[in-house]
Design a protein around this ligand. Structure first.
Ligand SMILES: NC(=O)c1ccc[n+]([C@@H]2O[C@H](COP(=O)([O-])OP(=O)(O)OC[C@H]3O[C@@H](n4cnc5c(N)ncnc54)[C@H](OP(=O)(O)O)[C@@H]3O)[C@@H](O)[C@H]2O)c1
Length: 325
């Protein structure tokens, strides 16, 4: 039996959809796409993709028990990705315990595992943004979503599995096919809609004297770069451990808004609005991936600048809504 099957969980989600499209572009079609389609419209993300089989998340374990020997790599992106989800039991079962099951199958069948962790594991950033495994247990995620990711990272570390697995801590990923994510979609997607409707973008005011309005910063990653790093990890069995996935350059919300206006050919018009009280205590003013570990381990590919990523996103997707693979 040929060991050439690739499993992508979360394949109908935002990053997973882009990952399958890139695999297709590279000529890979022996793919098992796994997701949890539910009642919303994200099944539409599967359109235009080429894969051998589709499974709902609860079918994967049985499928692996039968066909796991032909699996070369599992890219595990499937998760409840909502930072606002408050059902901790669900996050435990779906994001943590389910991921343990995937790893157990990988060890049983000799498959490579690359999985999505998150920058949400860093909490308020008080410990910095270094993907140093020796300080992993000092991190304090602010929400149960971040905790569910952190629990798997810690479990894999304590069991000694990180020498064989690659986990990527994605920072703020944006790009095509995030449309269905509602409030969890990137501000680039939201800004595009606001500019179309009103000609202006609304950003939160700053409540810290050391940051001006809209000058709070994040590490914004174009999805094509996130996919590239995942595939690199899949192709390099020695690229193991937990790595940040970001540009390494924090950029402001003002820069982001200006990049969207520029890509749309519209004049800059930003309105600063009050942040809801409930967000103020948890709000992050600064995130920036420290990429030195990934670089030291051989990942040398460049990340798109915010301006280039936004321009590509607007041109190839937002301004062309029917664009597919
Ligand atoms: N986008 C970002 O900026 C970002 C940042 C940090 C980390 N991540 C992580 O990267 C991964 C992909 O993110 P994304 O933005 O593409 O999220 P997404 O659009 O929500 O995609 C995840 C997909 O996985 C499905 N799913 C949920 N549980 C599953 C399971 N156990 N097995 C298989 N599929 C499952 C989801 O379905 P439902 O919607 O029905 O649950 C959804 O379609 C996630 O693990 C996320 O936590 C993303």
């Amino acid at each position: 039996m040929e060991k050439d099957m690739v499993v992508v969980t979360g394949a109908a989600g935002f990053i997973g959809r882009n990952l399958v499209a890139e695999l297709n572009r590279r000529g890979v079609e022996r793919i098992v796409a796994v997701d949890a389609l539910g009642q919303d419209e994200h099944w539409k993300n599967l359109r235009g993709l080429r894969f051998a089989e589709y499974l709902q998340r609860d079918e994967l374990a049985d499928w692996l028990a039968e066909g796991g020997a032909c699996v070369k790599t599992i890219y595990h992106l499937g998760a409840c990705s909502a930072t606002t989800e408050t059902d901790a039991d669900y996050l435990y079962a779906n994001n943590y315990a389910y991921t343990q099951g995937i790893w157990k199958a990988c060890t049983e069948f000799g498959a490579r595992m690359v999985y999505a962790s998150s920058a949400a594991t860093y909490g308020d950033g008080a410990q910095g943004y270094r993907d140093d495994e020796s300080t992993l247990d000092t991190l304090r995620p602010l929400n149960m979503y971040g905790m569910s990711k952190h629990m798997f990272d810690l479990w894999a570390l304590r069991k000694g599995y990180l020498k064989d697995i690659c986990g990527l801590k994605f920072f703020n990923v944006y790009g095509p096919f995030e449309d269905y994510k509602g409030d969890m979609r990137s501000v680039i997607h939201k800004a595009y809609g606001q500019i179309q409707r009103t000609g202006k973008v609304r950003l939160f005011k700053s409540y810290r004297p050391d940051y001006g309005d809209g000058e709070q910063v994040r590490d914004f990653v174009y999805v094509k770069n996130a996919v590239d790093m995942m595939l690199y990890a899949g192709d390099h069995p020695d690229f193991n451990g937990i790595f940040n996935c970001g540009t390494g350059h924090a950029r402001s919300w003002n820069d982001l808004a200006k990049a969207v206006f520029a890509a749309m050919g519209r004049p800059v018009n930003i309105e600063y609005i009050e942040m809801p009280e409930s967000l103020r205590a948890k709000y992050q003013y600064f995130t920036e991936a420290d990429m030195s570990k990934a670089r030291a381990h051989g990942y040398a590919h460049e990340f798109a600048s915010l301006e280039d990523g936004v321009a590509d996103y607007v041109k190839t997707h937002l301004a062309t809504p029917l664009a597919e693979v």
